[in-house]
Design a protein around this ligand. Structure first.
Ligand code: ATP
Ligand code: MG
Length: 414
């Protein structure tokens, strides 16, 4: 993409009320736009990052058997009353709206109820199970405090997966697989070394649920980490009994701030029972389906990446989620040199390399400052000076390492 065509600008400052680094840098670099407190729109650069994160999630969830769906956000009161989750006293972050005829609707904050209702139309016998269905869809939550930038938004994307199994044993097999898939996802997003499988409160159907907590001071959670075993306990469930049952020692744990980037939960029959999701087993008997739910917030992952990977000049994207692979910056003034820079750009494109090409009529200082802020991992600089040497200057955003590389290296063979 030619930067002269990119409609977004960069900014020196961010709004005064944005206290987190993720919001400040993403706003200044033009990745997102702030609409209201906790309400953000994604602009071209931001959407590219978000889509890369979603695609990593999609690939790993498809690998463990997930089938993608896309449910409506409009929710019926009648359905949610069946599980006692309609009332604002029970769920305090509902957004609700109404039809012209005054029928009240909810805007989805999660999707256990509607998806379980859908499954009633499709699951009849043990032969129809197990099923793993997921979506990457908007969720609405009337969050009381929305001070963490895109890490806690009032409207945000969620990858929500739901498992439907015949037995507790079958459920647990998938639950274990999902843990592996989650760790792979965070690893691929560049958060592998900071993300811990964390024991947290489980509810009625299992002793624990599991959160995936990424260490950062921008996080709202406190966890106790065993760095050798690579697991952690959420402060919510931290006590001597829990430590013993997990074989963890107080002396080996470090208290850390962290953000929950994902979680997995055993639901048992909490939703299938009141909604009547049953199947006929091998012996012709009616059984209730065992469920689990598995969430990840792609926007929260993106915000967390910015919190971890930045310096005083801007963002430093990990390669796999960067908006572009290469930032090609032309400092050429002379028409002939400009043509050569264009040629390099066209050749990179031909090789399917994602390039942001700074072909703007701007000063070198402006271009470098913007490039540092936007944070594409590799920068190619072309100027009359480098062209004289038949070279391009290659700079690594993270290490700052600079080397001259011959132009012929960038041209595909033939
Ligand atoms: P939290 O404890 O942070 O409020 P939660 O436990 O309510 O989150 P879930 O309902 O399980 O979260 O949602 C699944 C995932 O969706 C979370 O792990 C997180 O990554 C993401 N998520 C939840 N709330 C938000 C939000 N307000 N903004 C962005 N992402 C969110
Ligand atoms: Mg939580």
């Amino acid at each position: 993409m030619r930067q002269s065509q990119l409609f977004t600008k960069t900014f020196k400052d961010s709004p005064k009320d944005e206290v987190t680094i993720n919001a400040q840098l993403l706003l200044r670099a033009g990745f997102i736009n702030k609409e209201l407190a906790g309400v953000y729109s994604y602009l071209p650069l931001g959407l590219r990052v978000l889509n890369k994160i979603c695609n990593i999630i999609r690939e790993e969830i498809n690998t463990i058997g997930g089938q993608e769906v896309f449910l409506t956000s409009l929710q019926s009161q009648e359905l949610w009353e069946k599980t006692d989750r309609w009332s604002d006293e029970v769920v305090d972050n509902w957004f609700k709206t109404e039809l012209k005829n005054k029928t009240v609707l909810g805007l989805a904050f999660t999707a256990e109820e509607p998806l379980t209702a859908i499954m009633k139309n499709h699951i009849k016998s043990y032969k129809d199970l197990p099923v793993y269905a997921y979506q990457i869809q908007t969720k609405f939550r009337n969050e009381l405090r929305a001070k963490s930038g895109i890490m806690r938004a009032r409207e945000f994307l969620m990858k929500d997966l739901y498992s439907f199994s015949r037995s507790q044993e079958e459920h647990e097999q998938f639950y274990e697989k999902s843990k592996e898939a989650y760790l792979k996802i965070f690893e691929r997003c560049g958060l592998g070394s900071q993300t811990y499988l964390t024991f947290s409160s489980g509810g009625v159907f299992s002793k624990y649920s599991h959160e995936f907590q990424t260490l950062t001071n921008a996080g709202e959670d406190t966890i106790f980490v065993d760095k050798n075993k690579k697991i952690a306990i959420n402060k919510e469930v931290y006590n001597d009994e829990v430590l013993n049952s997990l074989g963890l020692k107080k002396a080996e744990l470090v208290e850390e701030k962290a953000v929950e980037v994902g979680n997995i939960f055993t639901l048992g029959t909490k939703f299938s029972e009141p909604l009547g999701l049953k199947f006929t087993d091998e012996n012709g008997k009616q059984q209730t389906v065992i469920m689990g739910c598995y969430g990840i917030g792609p926007g929260r992952v993106m915000g967390t990446i910015v919190e971890i990977y930045h310096d005083e000049k801007g963002i430093i994207w990990p390669e796999a989620v960067a908006p572009f692979q290469i930032h090609l910056i032309s400092l050429c003034k002379d028409e002939n040199d400009k043509k050569k820079a264009d040629e390099i750009y066209n050749n990179l494109i031909k090789q399917n390399i994602e390039v942001l090409y700074d072909d703007r009529d701007a000063s070198a200082g402006q271009k470098f400052a913007d490039s540092d802020l936007i944070g594409i991992p590799i920068r190619y600089i072309v100027s009359s000076k480098t062209l004289e040497q038949g070279s391009v200057e290659v700079k690594n955003r993270k290490s700052g390492k600079v080397e001259m590389v011959e132009i012929t290296k960038f041209f595909s063979v033939n």
